[in-house]
Unconditional design. Structure first.
Length: 135
């Protein structure tokens, strides 16, 4: 596993969160390697613009990873809506758009469905039994 120095500098810095570390793990290959990013084996998605900002800044720090963003949703399928809408999210982030929560909520709902969850009410979800269910 050959992780760029800029990526190692980023991951050891202060501008990280669970969703951006999930991206780092997927793009660096450390999610399957012997050293799971200091024990981190998270599968988190961005929940709001602050979370996305950390993900965006990871790609700014390691620009060669930008062309491989699809790998993130290959490793963590729940990321698919966020990778698909990456350019829209970038525009919203760079324009400092207000009231982005509904957009994140829509992507998050799609993500949960991909991850094996079933919506049971306006604000409630239940894990469906199946191959993605926790054991």
């Amino acid at each position: 596993m050959n992780i760029p120095a800029s990526a190692l500098k980023w991951v050891n810095g202060q501008d990280t969160g669970t969703s951006s570390k999930t991206m780092f793990a997927a793009l660096s290959g450390s999610e399957t390697g012997p050293q799971k990013l200091n024990g981190f084996a998270g599968r988190d998605i961005p929940k709001d613009m602050d979370d996305f900002g950390r993900c965006y800044r990871l790609i700014l720090a390691v620009p060669e990873w930008a062309e491989r963003l699809r790998k993130v949703s290959g490793v963590v399928p729940a990321w698919h809506p966020f990778i698909r809408e990456w350019k829209v999210l970038e525009c919203l982030y760079l324009s400092r758009a207000k009231n982005t929560y509904p957009f994140f909520e829509k992507l998050g709902e799609e993500s949960r469905l991909i991850d094996g969850w079933k919506k049971t009410g306006p604000c409630s979800w239940e894990r469906e039994e199946g191959p993605c269910s926790p054991s």
